[in-house]
Design a protein around this ligand. Structure first.
Ligand SMILES: [Fe+2]
Length: 336
């Protein structure tokens, strides 16, 4: 029986991979669009008014941004260190697609990648030009310097498909990354490549990518469905006749692009208490846009809550960049 040897929940966004000076490059884009906050879609100015009492200005001074950036780098180093110490044989990454693989033509709720391997590669010059402002600087954390092939985990994928069918989950199956002409992305989506680059430090073990559609209506899964989907994957792991020691990584979140510390604390407290009901009770309207990636954390919890593993929050660092509360809240949890 394969067993879980390491559990990680980590954010993966660009604030982790850009300097605190570069964070503010995104503000121009923030001003130009509406943002989801506590179930409402508000303009930048409406958010400033709504959040005036929070004194967010004190949370993104030069010194604060520097301090928070350093805390994030320390936490990532800690996760990578724990990875190295535990040296798992295989990995399941719970991540999402952000219009990297799937376009509106077809958008599966859950996809299991079952290919022998998968690849990642640098962006072309044309793709680089399509990136939104303030994102190109973070690209090093999501893409290798040259085309790189990583090992997949088809043997475990087979068990997941069997278990899913038995348990009433209909999943999409992918054996090669979907690739579109003239698209801004090719290769491994950022939710997965961040883990390969910054946690495994490119020394990849065989990895099973599990892709949830957290972002895009109309077919996002609910928190409860994500939790149960994770439990199903846990059962598949236990029926895999293998000595593999597996790492399980929930990649994404926490609240963004408008930070909601209350939501993030609910999630962190639920993890500490192994409280599945608290996770399943999170209102889907709070999980919009980037915050929806917390669903990846919930799938990982469905696997990890039924293991012997336990551990701590390494850090929680809300990385603000404007009075409207835009930015990304970063969180790091490790169970071993
Ligand atoms: Fe993301």
């Amino acid at each position: 029986m394969a067993e879980a040897a390491l559990g990680l929940w980590t954010t993966h966004g660009p604030t982790l991979n850009t300097s605190p000076d570069q964070w503010v490059n995104r503000v121009k884009a923030d001003v130009a669009q509406k943002h989801w906050f506590k179930g409402e879609e508000l303009s930048f100015d409406e958010l400033i008014e709504r959040r005036a009492d929070e004194r967010i200005d004190e949370k993104f001074t030069d010194a604060e941004r520097r301090r928070r950036h350093e805390a994030c780098q320390k936490a990532i180093a800690e996760l990578a260190g724990r990875w190295e110490a535990e040296a798992p044989d295989a990995c399941i990454i719970l991540g999402n697609d952000q219009r990297e693989l799937f376009l509106p033509e077809i958008q599966p709720t859950f996809t299991i990648y079952y290919g022998e391997n998968f690849y990642n590669l640098p962006l072309t010059d044309a793709q680089r030009k399509m990136l939104p402002p303030g994102i190109e600087e973070a690209d090093w954390a999501y893409r290798p310097e040259e085309r790189t092939v990583y090992p997949g985990l088809p043997e475990l994928a087979e068990h997941v498909f069997e278990q899913a069918t038995e348990d009433g989950f209909d999943t999409a199956a992918s054996a090669a990354w979907p690739c579109h002409e003239n698209h801004r992305h090719t290769g491994t989506p950022h939710a997965f490549s961040f883990v390969l680059r910054r946690i495994m430090r490119d020394r990849a073990v065989p990895t099973l990518p599990v892709i949830a559609n957290t972002f895009y209506p109309p077919n996002q899964p609910t928190p409860r469905r994500c939790y149960e989907f994770g439990r199903m994957i846990g059962r598949a792991v236990r029926r895999w006749d293998s000595n593999a020691r597996i790492a399980v990584v929930g990649s994404g979140g926490m609240s963004h692009f408008c930070i909601d510390e209350e939501l993030d604390q609910r999630v962190l407290e639920a993890l500490s208490a192994r409280d599945s009901q608290a996770l399943c009770a999170i209102e889907p309207e709070l999980l919009r846009s980037g915050s929806s990636e917390l669903l990846n954390w919930i799938v990982a919890s469905g696997i990890l809550f039924e293991t012997e593993l336990s551990g701590d929050v390494i850090d929680y660092v809300p990385c603000y960049r404007s009075d409207a509360g835009t930015g990304t809240a970063n969180g790091f949890v490790c169970w071993n």
